[in-house]
Design a binder for this molecule. Structure first.
Ligand SMILES: NC(=O)C1=CN([C@@H]2O[C@H](COP(=O)(O)OP(=O)(O)OC[C@H]3O[C@@H](n4cnc5c(N)ncnc54)[C@H](OP(=O)(O)O)[C@@H]3O)[C@@H](O)[C@H]2O)C=CC1
Ligand SMILES: O=C(CO)COP(=O)(O)O
Length: 349
């Protein structure tokens, strides 16, 4: 099979496009793609749920009350979903991302554009999703999509923007065309690592701010946390070789503000529930959807320790979630830490 260049296709051309994942974000992106007139197939693993979503034109488990586009095809047959597709979006939680990509890879045509929608780090490997795509699906074109994008707000038609990151400029242009709508804008970046890392890191700080709100703290505290979170994220980015400047864009500060300010964020809600006295396991179970930040805290804490990167908020939330340190003790330590420079980056340097 040959690689097809779909970038030059007119915006109105109908492309076969698959979305892997039956959760809230996979469904939101599938609805955008179908709404733009493409031959859109959403794959979910549970045949019964796929049949129900298809018949009821609604994903009651993950996006209740949202009508699915009439042309969206939903199937539990992976081969049927991806066959002949030139673009495949992957919205599978990081824990199962490799397993699903590994299954799909032999069914793909060479040169297929594989786009990760997942904001996490692989358990116990520190691989980001684009690394997994490259490893499991050789010969494909790889990109990541990340930005301030609550699924519920996208499907409600709120004006939204995101970032497509890839070293492949043609891929970026194609994805911009495929997803652009009256309410959805797609900016591009060539810093795949930075965009992906930003999406994974911000989940940690959403847990932190959710907890602060549960403890009755106000907007001063949220603003303090978001700003110092950004400083930590940029410090970490620099230490691992990503471009810190990517973090002042939509995928960085944009998504950080969003998830740290709203209980639409599952990560924020985990922090909120733990702040209200729930055990971490109970909080995760109560939410019933993926909260990537819980695992990401463990991985980033280990990496920061290994590299000697100063990340007091990561250390603090790790101590609360995994070391049994009482919240007041952690807060006291945070507030008595060294008072250093506000801004570490300068346009002059
Ligand atoms: N929701 C949002 O607003 C946004 C989410 N994201 C990111 O998108 C990714 C996916 O999140 P989201 O859709 O929200 O997650 P949800 O928790 O809403 O859904 C997870 C989906 O993944 C499926 N799944 C889990 N394990 C497997 C597996 N082994 N094989 C096949 N399918 C599996 C679940 O299937 P089942 O129901 O059968 O368990 C479910 O359909 C996350 O990394 C998240 O960070 C990014 C931007 C916004
Ligand atoms: O990434 C998101 C919005 O951009 C969704 O955040 P949560 O996974 O915390 O719900």
């Amino acid at each position: 099979m040959t690689q097809t260049d779909v970038s030059s296709s007119a915006p109105e051309s109908r492309l076969p496009i698959a979305i892997l994942g039956g959760g809230s974000f996979g469904t939101a992106v599938a609805n955008i793609v179908a709404g733009n007139g493409h031959d859109t197939r959403q794959w979910m693993r549970d045949p019964e749920r796929a049949a129900t979503c298809m018949a009821e034109r609604e994903n009651k488990r993950y996006l209740p009350g949202v009508p699915l586009h009439s042309d969206l095809q939903i199937t539990a047959d992976l081969e049927q979903a991806v066959r002949g597709c030139q673009i495949v979006f992957v919205a599978i939680p990081s824990q199962s991302f490799r397993e699903v990509v590994n299954r799909a890879a032999p069914m793909l045509d060479p040169g297929t554009m594989l786009i990760s929608l997942t904001k996490g780090v692989e358990h116990d490997s520190f691989h980001l999703m684009s690394d997994i795509l490259k490893e499991e699906a050789e010969g494909m074109r790889v990109g990541v999509l990340s930005g301030p994008n609550f699924a519920k707000e996208i499907v409600a038609g709120h004006y939204t923007a995101t970032v497509i990151a890839s070293e492949d400029e043609t891929l970026c242009a194609t994805i911009q065309k495929v997803l652009h709508s009256e309410t959805f804008r797609v900016y591009s970046s060539n810093d795949v690592f930075g965009v992906e890392l930003a999406g994974a890191l911000k989940n940690i700080y959403a847990i932190v701010t959710g907890m602060a709100v549960a403890l009755g703290r106000g907007q001063n505290t949220t603003s303090l946390l978001i700003t110092r979170a950004l400083a930590e994220m940029m410090r970490f980015a620099e230490a691992v070789g990503a471009d810190p400047m990517t973090f002042i864009g939509l995928a960085g500060v944009g998504d950080l503000i969003l998830t740290c300010s709203s209980d639409l964020s599952r990560n924020y809600r985990v922090g909120y529930l733990v702040g209200k006295g729930k055990k971490l396991d109970e909080a995760v179970t109560e939410i019933g959807q993926v909260a990537e930040g819980v695992n990401t805290v463990r991985l980033i804490k280990a990496k920061a320790d290994e590299l000697g990167v100063y990340m007091p908020l990561v250390s603090a939330i790790h101590a609360i979630l995994f070391e049994g340190t009482p919240i007041p003790t952690v807060i006291r330590e945070l507030m008595s830490g060294a008072q250093t420079f506000d801004v570490a980056y300068s346009a002059k340097s």
